[in-house]
Design a protein around this ligand. Structure first.
Ligand code: BV8
Ligand code: ZN
Length: 252
């Protein structure tokens, strides 16, 4: 029994939609137990982002930054995708093209079964050498205070996008193209403040997408969205998915 009232308009648009984009932020992983950035339990409550997620921070104190990523990697290693991630994975085959564009680095969308996923800010499970750029798969988390080094002697860093760094070009281009084609664009669990990622919902709306925001709190994007579904993605997405499947006569 759905507790969220979905509008007829949203349902009609989804039933007619060819291309749908789900743009996600830390909020979709909150119900898995992964702390968000800016929430009260936020991982940045003690530090400011620039103090940790930037090249300057890493050059100034690589051991501290590695300690922070090792801590986050340990949290992510212990959690599982939640019902919101799983609902997005179930929606994928319902459309000709359903694309997840995530700002998250926790790999939970892929672990939930989503296949078309663009990671705008990298992936905490990957690391690479800053000298020879070789990926360092399965890198053991560095001991507290130590800095992992490559066989070539170079310093290894997490394969994530820090403040002041460019987003991976291919992922960014593909995400902009998907936003430009979207019939329906969901912005889910993001405070919509970090650019250029946060420009995607506006670009989608300008190109004619029906813009739907899912978040327990309003954000700077809310006034621009066509619909604002207030609540946790872990409840709203499964209900929406069930409604979609039943409205399509149960066809997957
Ligand atoms: C670049 C990876 C340029 C690392 C991250 C001034 C104005 C405008 C822009 C700038 C400016 N000064 C600097 C900039 C640029 C800067 C920026 O935008 N800064 C912001 C802070 C002002 N951007 C950059 O630096 C980007 N690069 O611009 O390069 C350039 C140009 C040319 C040449 C060279 C360079 C790079 C930005 C990427 C930074 N990396 N992460 C890591 O994770 O450690 S950012 C990090 O925060 C995340 O990846 C995410 O993208 C971002 C935003 O966080 P959210 O995901 O939205 O999470 P948040 O906690 O904020 O919100 C959670 C939401 O969930 C809340 O709304 C909450 O209500 C909701 N929620 C809670 N529970 C639930 C829920 N929702 C649903 N269900 C629930 N249960
Ligand atoms: Zn190297």
């Amino acid at each position: 029994m759905s507790t969220t009232a979905f509008s007829r308009n949203l349902l009609d648009r989804l039933l007619k939609a060819d291309e749908v984009v789900a743009f996600t932020g830390a909020g979709v992983s909150a119900e898995s137990g992964v702390p968000t950035f800016r929430g009260t339990d936020g991982i940045w409550s003690k530090f400011k982002p620039e103090e940790l997620a930037s090249m300057e921070a890493f050059m100034r104190n690589p051991a501290l930054v590695w300690e922070w990523y090792a801590h986050r990697r340990a949290i992510i290693g212990d959690v599982r995708p939640n019902a919101g991630h799983e609902a997005l994975a179930r929606m994928e085959p319902l459309f000709s093209r359903f694309t997840v564009v995530t700002q998250n680095i926790d790999n939970l969308h892929r672990r939930a079964g989503s296949r078309r996923v663009h990671e705008l800010h990298g992936n905490i499970e990957r690391s690479y050498c800053m000298t020879c750029l070789k990926q360092a798969p399965g890198l053991d988390l560095p001991e507290r205070g130590s800095i992992p080094r490559c066989a070539c002697g170079g310093v290894i860093r997490p394969d994530v996008v820090w403040f002041g760094e460019m987003l991976p070009e291919e992922e960014w281009e593909a995400s902009m193209a998907a936003a430009g084609r979207a019939d329906v664009f969901f912005s889910i669990g993001t405070s919509a403040v970090v650019y250029p990622a946060a420009s995607l919902p506006y670009a989608a709306k300008r190109s004619g997408a029906y813009l739907v925001e899912i978040n327990p709190e309003p954000t700077p994007l809310t006034p621009t969205s066509d619909e604002y579904l207030q609540g946790p993605s872990g409840s709203i997405l499964p209900e929406l998915c069930e409604l979609l499947v039943s409205s399509r006569g149960g066809k997957r």
